[in-house]
Design a protein around this ligand. Sequence first.
Ligand SMILES: O=C(O)CCC(=O)C(=O)O
Length: 314
Amino acid sequence: MTQLYSNGVALNMDPSALGELRDSSDISDNTDALRCRMADDGYIFLRSFLDQEVVTAAREEILLKYAIIGEVDTNHSLDDAVYCEQSALLDVNLRAFAKSVRDGSCYKKVVLHERLLGLHERLLGGKVRPFDFRWPRFARPGEGCGVHCDGPYLTRGTNRIFSSWIPLGRVTRIEGALMILEKGPRHADLLKRYLEMDADRDHLEWLGDPRNTRDRFETRWLTTDFEAGDVLCFAMNTVHAALDNQSPTQRCRLSSDSRYQLASDPLDERWNGPDPPAHGRDKVFFPGLGSWNNKDFQDEWKTVDERGRLVISH
Ligand SMILES: O=C(O)CCC(=O)C(=O)O
């Protein structure tokens, strides 16, 4: 099997270190079983859970926007999502661009899909409120995402939140699939201090390098080859990262993360409201374009000027 990397680090490919996500499709109608699985594993993976056409329409909508700013090469079919290096990135209002992707009508049909809301409602046991902010991702060749839990980034209101990672089209493991660290006996102890932190207040960086993290936790990274329609739902204390995109055809990886909590629970003000402030008004969610350990969120959040133009920091 092809050597996999995450954050530029070669993973240990031995089956004792790298395994397959458990598919919970067979229990998708059984709420008690799903809740137990979430409590035990920290995630629920459901194949073909969403309508493929709804996901594919969101894919097309987002890729077209990336093509407009020159990040996707339209000499190939749009669906091939081939990366184009000569983009207009420096001339674009990234704040407006990111908002147009995040608020796209086809994309919203995925993150607000009634089956997805129903799943979170069953897991949480009440009426659900999706976060107003959403995280659509475009990962260029070579790009991935560092090791972290969502808790420190999202839980100022409540920690009863689930994240759903949704591939917007095929995302195989060599194209930058998400991976989850299997829960083991050391999980709670090793994460105790980390989960008490607040990413903004404590200037949090990634949890560690993927190889050392696995060694420390003494479990396995779990991943799979994802298809349009699959959903991977996980908890705030679930350790995860993305594999580096090694597509041989320069295919960019398109995926989404969205969050859901009980409507009756307090909200994290960073991610909710008509214009969520996120990590600051001068920062735009635009992952990639380098790797710096996520210092000041810069792996995922880019500083922009008052016209929304990218500020290059050296
Ligand atoms: O897709 C990625 O690269 C990272 C996703 C992630 O961190 C999340 O869903 O919380």
